[in-house]
Design a protein around this ligand. Structure first.
Ligand code: IVH
Length: 702
């Protein structure tokens, strides 16, 4: 393609021609991305197209029609299907990557349940299908609702589409529970995938990258007749809400689903021996290529459903199941450069810029190099030929260097002593007191002075899982930050007023890439987010080790920003507040320390004050929990006889209680088993209610 003229040099006629060409091209990519789940170009290339189009429209505003891609985002907003709140969350799975991880999992299960090595625990093993999970809700035997997993709590209503699958019965005739939610995987066979892509080619439509994308794209069609033409399949392997239990074991429950008319995987086995299970894994791995559909591992589940119940879940994954993944796929390519990226927390991450190569059906041009020790250990140098691997959705990694192909004189990689940001603040590796070692990660020491870190914080603040401000993405944050118009979160909410007062020069609507409509839309989107839920807000703050999951747990535990902040500020200085945070299921030492550090920093408190003046933080809904111990702080001491300490703790937390390790004025109940000592005495001195283990079980209902 010949070089493009600069926008200011375009004649009106050239501008119109190019505008139309760009609009059509962007339209095509939008469709590929939003409707077909199969983007054909990188995000950066797509941004470049949009930027050019916006530049042209800024100079020739008459070209900015209602139909221009600049006036809409995507073709199919995520609201194209109704939302479904799952009656029981759809969980994901933890991973095991080798035999040892599996042995650890078996051990963890036993330990949690307080079983000895001689007690038999049976597990099921079955292929992990590489598709997308779906939930089918039957009421009195009639299929009433079909949904995608979504974020696990809320999915999309795709009932009409799921009904077109041959494996999805509309009516269950056998004797079934009144409410039965059947869960499983929607997938496409290799043969159907190849045929579909051939049809796509014939009619000039984009091809799908892999069967998983094809299944997802086909299920999420607005027109169910298209889904019907796609030969999707469904394997049932789990269930959600059920009004009567299906069986006593996982194995039998799945067989029962088979009897009801669902397709179940014939390769499922059940065994109490680790060796058997691992042998099954290898057997399935051998069969993998000939199965006719993609699988990416083997799933192990505790067979007894009463055990599953007792084991419960940690954050989004059950304690009673694990996915044993197959080794990643590999490819060889050239390392063109090593780029240093500065993250939100100042971590410098070296990234391998690769000669693009296809690995497992996906084009890869970047791989993580983790940190400088890793580069030194593998002796990775620019110009090297490297082996890379990619497993599922995990970021590709450089596995090894092919030394015999190293170009002569390739120099060793040298870490950066200063941050690549304009301030060039020194970088350092911290001493980690917990591990007693130097951190592997090198960080920029500039913290909030480092413009790169601040920018990353702001990008995170506006991102989809945080404030989700439409029209304020990476590119816009970069520009506003560089112009010193948005330097901290509160500035986002004063932008419109400052623009109206003429404090922005030139006014936003007069800048390249902006027009009256896009400015209006941006300000409306910002206004729209002045009120935000607590969980999102906590995630948006970007506190180290407080991601979406932890933010949700904190929001549920404290419900209001004021309550959380009070504890967090205390936690910066004082042990009891730390105990409070640690008592929440899923919140560990690392997150607690990080929260304490964040709130000990006066700069952060000031920044928060300015932000609080701009926005309203809505209370989170307290978990509806009518258990008598909800909200109470419990301490266990002495030896427990009916459960392990871990199980007792998890059980109390699942009932909405906080579990603490030490007795204080905030303790509500001390559960004391035989051998209780100083804690029991302290509780008595403080007048804390004290229960025996049996009394505790009576209180929580057995
Ligand atoms: S069980 C409560 N079994 O893997 C556990 N999941 O990485 C729910 N998957 O979201 C999942 N094959 O989409 C289970 N035989 C199988 C599976 C399977 C594929 C998917 C499922 C899940 C994901 C977790």
């Amino acid at each position: 393609m010949s070089a493009l003229k600069d926008v200011p040099d375009l004649t009106a006629e050239e501008a119109r021609a190019e505008h139309d060409r760009l609009a059509a091209e962007i339209g095509k990519h939008d469709k590929a991305y939003y409707q077909d789940d199969a983007p054909k170009i990188s995000d950066a290339a797509y941004d470049a197209l949009r930027q050019r189009l916006e530049g042209i429209e800024a100079r020739f505003p008459e070209l900015q029609t209602e139909n221009s891609p600049t006036q809409r985002v995507g073709v199919a907003p995520s609201g194209k299907f109704g939302e479904v709140r799952h009656a029981r969350p759809m969980l994901s799975l933890g991973n095991a990557f080798n035999d040892e991880d599996v042995a650890d999992f078996f051990q963890r299960v036993r330990r949690f349940l307080g079983l000895s090595d001689s007690d038999n625990v049976y597990f099921t093993a079955e292929p992990k299908i590489d598709g997308l999970s779906a939930s089918l809700r039957y009421e009195k035997g009639e299929l009433v609702l079909g949904a995608t997993r979504g974020d696990g709590e809320t999915g999309e209503n795709v009932t009409a589409n799921l009904k077109t699958l041959k494996d999805v019965p509309h009516t269950l005739t056998a004797d079934v529970p009144d409410v039965l939610e059947v869960r499983g995987e929607v997938y496409m066979s290799h043969a159907d995938f190849a045929a579909l892509n051939e049809r796509q080619r014939e009619i000039g439509k984009p091809e799908y990258k892999n069967p998983r994308n094809a299944a997802a794209g086909s299920l999420r069609q607005i027109d169910p007749t298209i889904t019907a033409s796609r030969d999707l399949r469904f394997y049932a392997y789990a269930w959600g809400e059920v009004s009567e239990t299906l069986a006593d074991t996982q194995f039998e429950a799945v067989q029962r689903l088979g009897q009801l008319g669902f397709s179940i995987n014939a390769d499922m086995i059940r065994s109490g021996s680790l060796d058997d299970i691992l042998e099954t894994y290898r057997g399935i791995e051998q069969k993998r290529a000939g199965l006719g559909y993609d699988i990416d591992g083997v799933v192990y589940k505790v067979d007894r459903l009463d055990y599953q119940e007792r084991l419960g879940q940690v954050s989004r994954a059950p304690r009673w199941a694990i996915a044993h993944k197959f080794p990643a796929e590999r490819a060889t390519t050239k390392l063109n450069d090593i780029e240093i990226q500065v993250g939100r927390t100042g971590a410098l991450t070296p990234v391998a810029k690769l000669e693009p190569v296809t690995v497992g059906g996906v084009v890869v041009s970047n791989a993580t190099l983790h940190n400088e020790d890793e580069i030194a250990r593998k002796d990775i140098r620019i110009g090297d030929t490297v082996v890379i691997q990619r497993a599922g959705d995990v970021i590709p990694q450089v596995v090894e260097v092919l030394l015999d192909q190293r170009p002569q004189g390739a120099p060793e990689f040298k870490h950066l002593d200063v941050c690549p940001c304009p301030l060039q603040t020194p970088t350092a590796r911290e001493f980690n007191e917990r591990t007693g070692k130097m951190d592997a990660v090198r960080r920029c020491t500039g913290e909030l002075a480092c413009p790169f870190q601040r920018k990353e914080h702001l990008k995170h603040f506006v991102a989809r899982q945080s404030f989700d401000i439409e029209g304020l993405g990476t590119k816009q944050i970069e520009a506003f930050f560089d112009e010193e118009e948005i330097r901290e979160p509160a500035d986002i909410f004063t932008l419109a007023a400052r623009n109206a007062e003429g404090a922005l020069t030139p006014p936003l609507q007069e800048r390249e890439g902006w027009g009256d409509t896009s400015v209006r839309n941006l300000f409306a989107a910002i206004e729209d987010r002045r009120t935000i839920g607590l969980a999102r807000f906590l995630n948006a703050l970007g506190i180290r080790h407080v991601g979406e999951g932890t933010a949700r747990l904190l929001a549920r535990a404290y419900t209001s920003w004021a309550a959380f902040k009070a504890v967090a500020v205390e936690a910066a200085h004082e042990g009891e507040a730390r105990e409070g945070l640690l008592g929440i299921d899923g919140v560990g030492e690392t997150a607690t320390d990080a929260i304490g550090r964040y709130f000990a920093e006066p700069h952060n408190l000031e920044l928060l004050e300015r932000l609080e003046a701009q926005i309203t933080i809505e209370d989170a809904e307290a978990v509806a929990n009518d258990s008598p111990v909800a909200g109470k702080t419990i301490v266990f001491t002495g030896s427990l006889e009916r459960m392990t300490r871990d199980e007792a703790k998890a059980r109390a937390q699942s009932l909405g209680a906080k579990v603490s390790g030490s007795v204080s004025g905030k303790t509500d109940i001390l559960v004391a088993g035989p051998g209780a000592g100083s804690k029991l005495k302290k509780a008595k001195d403080l007048g804390v209610e004290t229960l025996t283990e049996d009394e505790w079980f009576e209180l929580i209902g057995g």
